[in-house]
Write a protein that binds this ligand. Structure first.
Ligand code: FES
Ligand code: FES
Length: 152
């Protein structure tokens, strides 16, 4: 086991990990962070998405040991001061049903908005293309992202 240290949702944390531990399992089972979900464990569904040093990544594909010294943000971190404007609009539009995909979808969108404050529809679709939803479809999510990023 190796001790790694990183910033998790604004707090400096450390944890002991095996070289084969993936970030997703460490977050969920060693650090009690439950918003990243396991949908496939193969990088295909996006349910495990977190933001690593400003970029949306799939935590089931990242070795925990790789995040030593980096900054990880999960849904818990972006909601610390209440719902974000994007989350509020998603709720207003009933954009999710079961919600399993929601944390990953929201983090992919959050990563997009921090990189491109006013994305085109094409850029929005690209950003969430790796986040699978089997309930509501994608249009309410796309519309919500458009609403919060439109130029006034
Ligand atoms: S659990 Fe990571 S992409 Fe599906
Ligand atoms: S709301 Fe159920 S998978 Fe997206």
């Amino acid at each position: 086991m190796k001790k790694i240290s990183f910033t998790l949702n604004g707090e400096h944390r450390h944890v002991y990990v095996a070289p084969s531990d993936m970030l997703l399992e460490v977050l969920r089972y060693k650090m009690g962070v439950k918003s990243p979900k396991c949908g496939c464990d193969t990088g295909d569904c996006g349910a495990c998405t977190v933001i690593l040093d400003g970029r949306a990544v799939r935590s089931c594909l990242i070795f925990a040991i790789e995040v030593d010294g980096q900054e990880v943000l999960t849904l818990e971190g972006i909601s610390q001061d209440g719902l974000t404007p994007l989350q509020k609009v998603l709720v207003e539009r009933n954009a999710f049903q079961c919600g399993y995909c929601a944390p990953g979808m929201i983090l992919s969108a959050t990563g997009l908005i921090s990189e491109i404050p006013h994305p085109s529809e094409h850029e929005i679709k690209e950003a969430i293309a790796g986040n699978l939803c089997r309930c509501t479809g994608y249009q309410p999510v796309i519309d919500a992202i458009k609403e919060v990023t439109k130029k006034h």
